[in-house]
Design a protein around this ligand. Sequence first.
Ligand code: LM2
Ligand code: CA
Length: 476
Amino acid sequence: AADWKPGVPRTAYVNLFEWSWSSVARECVTELGPKGYAAVQVSPPQEHLKGSEWWVRYQPVSYKLDSRSGNRREFFAMVQICKAAGVDVYVDAVINHMAGGTTGVGTAGSTYGNYIYPAVPYDRSSFHTPSCSIASSDYDNNRSNVTQCDLPGLPDLDTGNPAVQDRIAAYLKDLLSLGVKGFRIDAAKHIKPEELAAIKAKVPGAYFLTQEVIKDGSLYNSGDINKYPEIGTVNEFSYVYAMKNMFMNMYGFNLSRMPEAFANWGMFPSNKATVFVNNHDTERKYCDKYAPGAQCDSMNTFSGDKLYLANVFMLGYPYGYPQVMSGYYFNSHDMGPVGQPYKGFELTPSNCSSDPTAAGKWDCVHRDKRVANMVGFRNFTAASPLRRWAADGENRISFVRGNKGFVAINNTTDVWAKTFATGLPDATYCNVLTSDQPETGFCPAAAQVKVVGGQATLSIPANAAVALHFGAVVQP
Ligand code: LM2
Ligand code: CA
């Protein structure tokens, strides 16, 4: 993406999960562009199974761009509008498998069934046969089943077959021709790295690519784990679990132990990692309930302020390429965007809600100051190394970015009052987590922080944080 401001790059992206193309376009103009987001990852745009659940979009019927989020014309308009706003579009590419079930009609009207998808076209020879189902033990010891058998009920494409590779490459090239700038490869772990590399080789150009690779024994044992980072970046799930364990104080972890995760949890090098606090799978998977306080595979909007604190950490700390997750509140695993069974829904700003029990309303996590203004923080401090990591007890940490930024996070239920060495030049800064300075050119007194002799005396409320940077200095 083009620079946000002169000399200031855009360094974070957002997943607007299940948003319509027209709504994403509007958001690029009003929010994502101005706040400095580099890109938006959108839900799978291809024709899919009909149904109200969110996951129908992970069951492709063809590569026609006609989905619940809108049609090809709307998709193209979105890409152009976002580009003009400085925001790239990344597509969630579902290329490991096709829609399950015997026969049916997709969202673009294409028929399919019994391993035949005429609108692509694919036929039985396009799939791994005879079909088999991935067993849970395969994840530990059978890499070939993981890549060549079916995810439950989803016909597995023979991605080693050159004709299949050509169809997939044609889909990705079509998207690039419309101005798309990157891909998330869905279920990449279920495609052999050499096959993915072959597909990529058939899609020339400079584009961003990240791969969904959840780590497991068979990957390590086969050595395949090291081949994915050669193709592109990789979703770092150890990071997701670190965020959950450290911020939610699970299994004896707490914020002071964060450095252990980076040192010992086998994470990919920073320039190979895409990171998030939650994604659309982890936030709704393995939940003990669907209500505030829920324990799921990762944090989510039921985690309350702690979700936002974890986003402050993610965007402030220099590791990986961060993805903010923004979707809708839900009260069950399968629940899709409300009232939108097939396609054509409109987001209006009033749909955004801060009530996590308002199932079906958009959560708009990416608009919260603690998230949106931290994107600006990351952009302004992009070239500034981590310094002065400090823990004050188990759940209070602070760190400095060069001499450009300072972050303090209070993950406790008590006020944290302390004088910090901020590493910043003396000035009055605006705490960007509570105020929009410098965009508005105004910073309320309560958000102003004076740095004198490099030090700032702060009183940070329970479950809150402070972030200061040189792009948000209060003009005298
Ligand atoms: C992914 N990454 O590897 C996606 O991030 C994840 O969201 C997808 O699963 C999965 N892989 C396949 O693309 C989701 C969802 C599943 C759902 C599938 C397919 O988590 O629950 O499976 O999409 O829509 C559903 C049913 C399942 C059924 C299957 C086939 O839940 O019970 O299996 O459809 O009909 C018989
Ligand atoms: Ca496969």
